[in-house]
Write a protein that binds this ligand. Structure first.
Ligand code: HEM
Length: 501
């Protein structure tokens, strides 16, 4: 007993000495309620994703009210919360290294761009950027239209049936679209993309959150012995099996000259070439990536691409269903571009769908599906009102940034019109962080916007949507996800009637 007390006293003295040494005179205000040794851990220990979101949301608002930067303690580890857009910009561009929390996803996506260490990221981001240029993306337009048609058709069974969970239609469609564009594989391709894969994706994301709320699992040494690790191994096996199998097949096809190879035009524009094919070309012609690296990039694109786009579509449809005047304006714009025709969306149409784009931006502002990003500070950073110290974790809260006073007194309101006049938008480039901040912003942004615009142009031409987003309850599951209240109802839109409301 005496020995335990002695060790505790010794430990406390050590910690006090350590903290004194690290004391930062210019430190941001600390979130109240830190307990000795454990700090704020008790606030999120073992809680479920809904409680986790409620807890962090409270701290986000507290940080906003405290001037945009606060600090907290996860055990002995000091972390920063930032919601000020200018401060976020400085941090995001000064420190490009992702925080250690991202390593939770590494068993799945390894050193793909989202989780890559800085050195790998610098080289790979440059190599991968051409795979997302407009020319390559134009080759996806046919696939995106086909997928949008399928979604519209699948939704038919819900017409006039009352509220239903539209995410159950959007998510499989989104996964299929991403698999088609990333690997040229669909549900009919050997049954690789099946419900087992979909469940493994969901379970893997949940297991990452479980690790987050159980700090004793942060250390790999402890985690590797846990039952959670054993479960993750199962999920990862399923996820890797799919990408490895497709990679093997595509590689053989490439070497046998069966893939498209090279840039080709058809009468309708550039020919479709999947992301995997472009990676194979880089690898086989220029020796750039190993098979493992290709697999990690492909897994990253599947992970970063399908759930994000599907979840954003789900929120946008719910928001549009909640504001009939917004829905009417979307429909009028669609009518101006397409008339009564339900033809495919072309590249030229996309640039004319200005209001629809404003709706998508505003929807991501209100519900940023990636509400937080984390950086590991590799140097001290002097902000306007405080200094952040090297080696600490910094949480950049897009959710808070999107509600900053620079958005005006109506920052909490859904108003797509604010995007129509650049003069009414904040000047700070990180004031909108829906696709990330600084140089590590989303590489798939143009692809995502194109894909979502095409999907919605088909959906809103065919259906009128009803919903009420104010009833929705949300949770934090790596992404911001709904728990309940997100269901919508649909009815068929009458053709040739421009003003139905
Ligand atoms: C609405 C759809 C999407 C949203 C809201 C979104 C959002 C984001 C955000 C917030 C980040 C920064 C993450 C961080 O710093 O931790 C990011 C990064 C990334 N996204 Fe997206 N994303 C979307 C769609 C896509 C798509 C379709 C792809 C690819 C097919 C993609 C691929 C990536 C990659 C590879 C990164 C890492 C970039 C880097 O570090 O260089 N995303 N995305």
């Amino acid at each position: 007993m005496l020995a335990v007390a002695f060790i505790l006293v010794l430990l406390s003295c050590g910690i006090l000495a350590w903290r004194r040494r690290n004391r930062n005179k210019d430190e941001p205000p600390t979130i109240p309620g830190a307990l000795p040794l454990i700090g704020h851990i008790y606030l999120f220990l073992g809680i479920d994703p809904q409680q986790l979101w409620n807890t962090v949301k409270k701290e986000v608002y507290r940080t906003m009210n405290a001037g945009g930067v606060t600090s907290g303690n996860i055990g002995l580890r000091k972390v920063y919360f930032v919601t000020d857009p200018d401060d976020c910009l400085k941090i995001a561009n000064t420190c490009l290294q992702k925080d250690d929390f991202y390593k939770f996803a590494k068993p799945w996506v390894g050193d793909g761009l989202v989780t890559a260490d800085l050195q790998t990221w610098k080289v790979h981001r440059k190599l991968l950027t051409p795979a997302f240029n407009q020319f390559v993306l134009d080759g996806f337009i046919d696939v995106l239209n086909r997928q949008a048609h399928r979604l519209v058709k699948n939704l038919e069974v819900e017409v006039d049936k009352g509220p239903f969970d539209h995410f159950t239609y959007i998510l499989p469609n989104g996964l299929e679209t991403t698999c088609l564009t990333v690997m040229e594989v669909d549900f009919s391709d050997g049954g690789l993309l099946n419900s087992e894969y979909v469940h493994a994706t969901k379970n893997m994301l949940n297991s990452m959150v479980e690790r987050l709320v159980n700090p004793w699992l942060y250390s790999d040494a402890v985690f590797n012995w846990s039952s959670l690790k054993r479960k993750q191994d199962e999920y990862v096996k399923i996820l890797h099996n799919m990408s490895n199998t497709v990679l093997k097949k595509r590689k053989a096809e490439y070497l046998n000259n069966k893939l498209h190879k090279g840039t080709e035009y058809t009468t309708k524009g550039p020919k479709f070439r999947s992301f995997m094919e472009l990676l194979l070309e880089l690898t086989i012609e220029k020796g750039v990536f190993s098979d493992r690296e290709i697999r990690e990039h492909v897994d990253t694109m599947l992970f970063a691409g399908h759930d994000t786009t599907s979840t954003s579509l789900m929120y946008t449809m719910l928001l549009v269903g909640s504001y009939p005047e917004v829905q009417q304006k979307i429909f009028e714009e669609l009518h101006d571009v397409f008339g009564d025709d339900d033809r495919d969306v072309t590249k030229q149409d996309l640039s004319r769908l200005v209001y629809l784009e404003a709706v998508l931006n505003e929807s991501l502002r209100i519900y940023p599906i990636a509400p937080v990003m984390a950086r590991k500070l590799d140097q001290d950073i002097k902000l306007r009102n405080c200094t952040l110290l090297k080696n600490r974790t910094c949480f950049l809260w897009a959710y808070g940034v999107h509600r900053h006073p620079m958005w005006g007194p109506d920052a909490e309101e859904f108003k797509p019109e604010r995007w129509l006049d650049p003069a009414t938008l904040p000047k700070c480039p990180t004031a909108f962080a829906g696709f990330g901040m600084g140089r590590r912003y989303c590489i798939g942004k143009t692809y995502a916007m194109m894909s979502m615009k095409i999907t919605l142009a088909h959906v809103f031409r065919r259906y009128r949507v009803f919903g009420n987003h104010l009833l929705m309850v949300t949770k934090f599951e790596v992404m911001l996800k709904p728990v309940s209240g997100h269901h919508i109802a649909i009815e068929i839109r009458k053709k040739s009637v421009k003003n139905e409301t």
